[in-house]
Design a protein around this ligand. Structure first.
Ligand code: DLL
Length: 429
C-alpha cells in the first residue's frame, strides 16, 4: 500500500475525518463561490452540518451548472493561486475546465499513487504512459502518481502505435496505463509488427476512462499476459484517481478521505442504500481550488456492503456499468453499450473494434452491430459467427439485433475514448 495508515484507517475515524472535511469544504464553497452561496441559500441549507447524512439536503451540481460557469466562475480562490488546468474530453458536449492549486495537484498525485500501488506499481517499474499529454487529465494523473511512487516514467504520449510498441521493446516497459480499448488496439499493432504482445516485458496495466467490461479485462489479460486493474475518475473530481480495484478484483476502492460518495435514483434524486444500483454522486472533500458539492456523475454503479479482504477500509463500488446518458431505449428495452461489448468480446473469432447503429424502420427500432473479424473469413464461416453473436447478444440484452462481421481494420480507429454508438433516430429527429 502506498499510504497504509490512511488506506486502512478504521471506519469510525474515517467518517470523523469526512465530517470534519465536509463541513470545511461546504463553508469554503459557500463563502467563496457565488454559485454555491446562491444555491445553498435558495435551498435553505446551512454549511455547518452536524452529521454526514445532512449532506442529503444539499442541492446537486450538474454538468450544465458547471458549463454555465465555465471557464473560471466556479473557482474559489484568486487566480494567482492556480498552477495548472485540465478539461474534460467533452464526450457529451462542451468540455468542463478545472483549475488546480499546488495543493490540489499534491492531493491528485497522492490518490493516483495509491491507485497505482494498488495495481502493483513499484519504484522498480518502467512505466510507459501512451496517453496524449494535454488538457485531458489522463496522462498527467498517471505521471504525477507514478513519479510519487518513484517508477521510471516513459512519457510516450499520444498515439503512433508502432512507435509505442518499439519503445516498449527498447526500454523493456513493465507497466502501462491508458484507455482500455487502446490497450487492445496496441496488441493488434504489435502482432502486425511480428511481435507477440505477451512476449514483451509488460506485466501490469491499469486502464479506464471509458466503459470497461469484464470481457475486455479478460481479453487484455490474455493478449498481453498481464494483470489488469480498472481505474475510475473524472475531470470534475481531479481526473483519474477516484477509485481502483485491488488484487481481489471485486469492486473499486474509492478514496473516501478525499471524495464523499452517494448513490441516488437517477429519476427521483432520492438517496439509495448500499448494494442498490443507481447514479454515483460525488463531493470533493479536499479540493481547495474548485470544490464541487454533490456532483451528478451520470455513472451507474452500486456501493458494496461490508469490508474488503485486502485490509483497506475505504468503500468499494462496482465497475461502472455505463452512463445514464449512454443508456439507449430500443424497442422499449433499456440497454447499455457495455452489454453489447460483453457479448462481442466473449467470442474469440472477432476483434475488439465494433460499432452499433440504431435506426428506425417504419415504427420499429433496429440495431445493427458491426464488428471486425480477427481475420478474413469465408462467407459460410462469417455467417456462423454472426449467428453466434446474435444469440449471445439476445441472451444478454433480450433484443434481436442484426450482426455484420466486417474485415479487420475496416471500422474507424480510436486513440482516445472509443465512440461505439450511432443513434440515427436522434439524427433524423
Ligand atoms: O476519463 C479520467 C480518466 C483518465 C479516468 C484515464 C481513468 C483513466 P473525463 O474525460 O472527465 O475523465 O471522463 C470521465 O469517463 O464520468 C465515466 O463516464 C468514464 N470513465 C472514467 N473511468 C472509467 C472506468 C477521465 N474505469 C468519465 N470505467 C466518467 C468506466 C469510466 N467508465
Amino acid at each position: 500500500m502506498f499510504n497504509p495508515k490512511m488506506e486502512k484507517l478504521p471506519r469510525r475515524k474515517l467518517e470523523e475525518l469526512q465530517l470534519k472535511r465536509l463541513k470545511k469544504i461546504l463553508n469554503h464553497a459557500y463563502e467563496n463561490v457565488p454559485f454555491y452561496r446562491k444555491k445553498f441559500d435558495e435551498a435553505g441549507v446551512n454549511p455547518n452540518i452536524k452529521s454526514l447524512d445532512e449532506l442529503e439536503k444539499f442541492p446537486f451540481t450538474t454538468k450544465d451548472d458547471l458549463r454555465r460557469n465555465m471557464p473560471f466562475n466556479m473557482l474559489a480562490l484568486p487566480m494567482e493561486e492556480y498552477v495548472e488546468l485540465h478539461a474534460s474530453s467533452g464526450t457529451t458536449g462542451e468540455p468542463v475546465t478545472v483549475c488546480y492549486t499546488r495543493n490540489d495537484l499534491e492531493v491528485w498525485a497522492e490518490v493516483m499513487a495509491r491507485c497505482l500501488a494498488m495495481a502493483g506499481l513499484t519504484k522498480k517499474d518502467i512505466f510507459q504512459i501512451p496517453i496524449p499529454y494535454g488538457t485531458f487529465t489522463g496522462a498527467f494523473g498517471f505521471h504525477y502518481g507514478g513519479q510519487k511512487i518513484g517508477a521510471l516514467i516513459v512519457p510516450t504520449g499520444k498515439g503512433e502505435s508502432e512507435r509505442q510498441i518499439r519503445l516498449m521493446k527498447y526500454y523493456g516497459t513493465t507497466f502501462i496505463a491508458g484507455i482500455a480499448s487502446y490497450a487492445l488496439h496496441l496488441a493488434n499493432v504489435a502482432r502486425k509488427m511480428g511481435i507477440e504482445p505477451s512476449e514483451l516485458n509488460v506485466r501490469n496495466g491499469i486502464f479506464g476512462a471509458e466503459m470497461f467490461t469484464e470481457a475486455t479485462k479478460k481479453r487484455i489479460m490474455e493478449e498481453w499476459n498481464m494483470d489488469v486493474h480498472d481505474i475510475y475518475g473524472l475531470t470534475e473530481m481531479c481526473g483519474p484517481g477516484v477509485s481502483t480495484d485491488c488484487d481481489e478484483h471485486d469492486g473499486l476502492h474509492l478514496w473516501e478521505d478525499h471524495f464523499y460518495a452517494e448513490i441516488i435514483d437517477p429519476k427521483t434524486g432520492e438517496k439509495l442504500e448500499k448494494e442498490e444500483e443507481g447514479e454515483l454522486v460525488l463531493t470533493t472533500l479536499t479540493k481547495e481550488g474548485m470544490p464541487i458539492i454533490r456532483y451528478r456523475t451520470r455513472d451507474i454503479t452500486f456501493i458494496y456492503d461490508g469490508l474488503c479482504n485486502c485490509g483497506r477500509t475505504h468503500i468499494k463500488h462496482a465497475p461502472i456499468k455505463g452512463r445514464s446518458d449512454d443508456m439507449l431505449i430500443v424497442k422499449g428495452t433499456n440497454i447499455f453499450p457495455s452489454q453489447i461489448e460483453e457479448a462481442i468480446l466473449k467470442n474469440n473469432k472477432v476483434g475488439n473494434n465494433w460499432l452499433m447503429i440504431v435506426d428506425k424502420k417504419g415504427d420499429m427500432d433496429t440495431i445493427l452491430v458491426k464488428v471486425e473479424g480477427k481475420k478474413r473469413y469465408s462467407e459460410e464461416e462469417r455467417k456462423r459467427i454472426e449467428e453466434e453473436l446474435r444469440k449471445e447478444i439476445k441472451i444478454i440484452t433480450t433484443l434481436g439485433v442484426n450482426v455484420e462481421v466486417v474485415e479487420p481494420d475496416s471500422l474507424p480507429k480510436h486513440e482516445g475514448k472509443a465512440k461505439r454508438v450511432i443513434d440515427k433516430r436522434k439524427l433524423n429527429q
